[in-house]
Design a protein around this ligand. Structure first.
Ligand code: SAM
Ligand code: SF4
Length: 329
């Protein structure tokens, strides 16, 4: 799948649910209204849709959400998708998770062919963890991470950099990830969806964080790229990889290789734009996959050149109305 700007689309992120057992302050309002269950694609439909993407040349699928592991029977879907890994059609099947339910899923994930996971951890302090997730428990997440490591899964920790909240913890996180053998990625907050807090209060530019970290650690540039907005360095002291996801301060769109599908079957060609294509109607309109295939290709042809995120100080409105938990991270 080639778009109008010569980018090959090989990566799909699929949000399998908009629900979550946490209410992270930068992601959701405490009192969220979720989609009615009838609007969701069934697991069978998600499986069918993913197969069409694989058929069109997608090499990597990431399940996300909401929290993917709270969708009932999600393991069935993961196992089904594992067939594309076994056949060699997919290079990678992976998940982004908050880790709360991870411990009990590890062996099934490994059996299905999952080799790597992203787990979100914004702080290593239990009290702060409770404050930022509103409902989460750090010990459960740590248990999940330990189980995943013991099960042989490679782990990348995602940490959202929040002004005045975890600024003083990055050194500790780097040391912890280095000691455990995890990659670490710091993420700038993105203006997606109404939340209870003011986003301009949370925004911490990673250029500043990186400059501060460079005073304490030796950060060596490495050519590692994922086609996404992350830029990686090697931390010489720990040997670990450290990524910076800076969608607001840098432009990464020219190498973008991905699209996102929500749990209702809406395909967003760009995380930072509203334009989307409905894949649910064509999926349901016939048993064959021709219509949905056409709809996907039509969307890819419209994939925009780039996004125009801005955290707007005057209007104090999100740049994009939908929450991250709808489109997935
Ligand atoms: N529930 C899973 C989790 O937390 O890992 C998967 C979905 S979550 C939406 C995916 C990632 O997006 C998480 O690492 C989360 O911290 C991040 N995220 C959520 N809202 C964000 C925002 N407004 N700006 C930047 N990152 C955000
Ligand atoms: Fe849930 Fe992930 Fe959003 Fe936190 S970031 S509320 S864990 S979807």
């Amino acid at each position: 799948m080639l778009d109008a700007f010569g980018r090959t689309i090989t990566y799909v992120r699929v949000s399998v649910t908009d629900r979550c057992d946490f209410r992270c302050v930068y992601c959701m309002a405490e009192d969220m209204t979720f989609l009615p269950k009838a609007d969701l694609l069934s697991l069978e439909e998600l499986d069918r849709l993913c197969a069409v993407f694989v058929d069109l040349g997608v090499r990597k699928i990431r399940l996300t959400g909401g929290e993917p592991l709270v969708r009932r029977n999600v393991v069935w879907l993961i196992r089904q998708l594992g067939r594309h890994v076994r056949s060699g059609a997919l290079d990678e099947l992976t998940l982004t998770t908050n880790g709360s339910q991870l411990a009990r899923f590890v062996s099934e994930l490994v059996d299905a062919g999952v080799r790597r996971l992203n787990v979100s951890v914004d702080t290593l302090d239990p009290e702060r963890f409770r404050a930022v997730t509103r409902w989460g428990r750090l010990d459960k997440v740590m248990e999940g991470i330990a189980a995943a490591k013991a099960g042989g899964l490679a782990i990348k920790i995602n940490t959202v950099a929040l002004k005045g909240f975890n600024e003083d913890e990055f050194d500790r996180l780097i040391a912890w990830c280095g000691a455990e053998g995890f990659d670490l990625t710091l993420i700038e907050t993105m203006p997606l969806g109404e939340i209870d807090a003011d986003r301009t209060d949370q925004y911490l530019p990673l250029s500043l964080v990186r400059a501060r970290l460079a005073e304490r650690w030796t950060l060596e540039d490495i050519p590692y790229r994922t086609g996404g907005p992350a830029r990686y360095v090697r931390v010489a002291e720990t040997g670990g990889r450290l990524g910076f996801i800076t969608p607001l301060t840098h432009n990464f769109c020219e190498s973008c290789n991905r699209v996102r599908v929500t749990c209702t079957g809406t395909m967003y060609m760009c995380l930072g734009q509203e334009d989307a294509v409905d894949l649910r109607a064509p999926l349901r309109a016939s048993e064959g996959n021709e219509l949905v295939r056409e709809a996907i290709l039509e969307g890819i042809a419209r994939k925009p050149k780039g996004h125009d995120f801005v955290i707007d100080r005057r209007r104090r409105r999100p740049a994009v109305r939908r929450h991250m938990s709808v489109t997935g991270g």
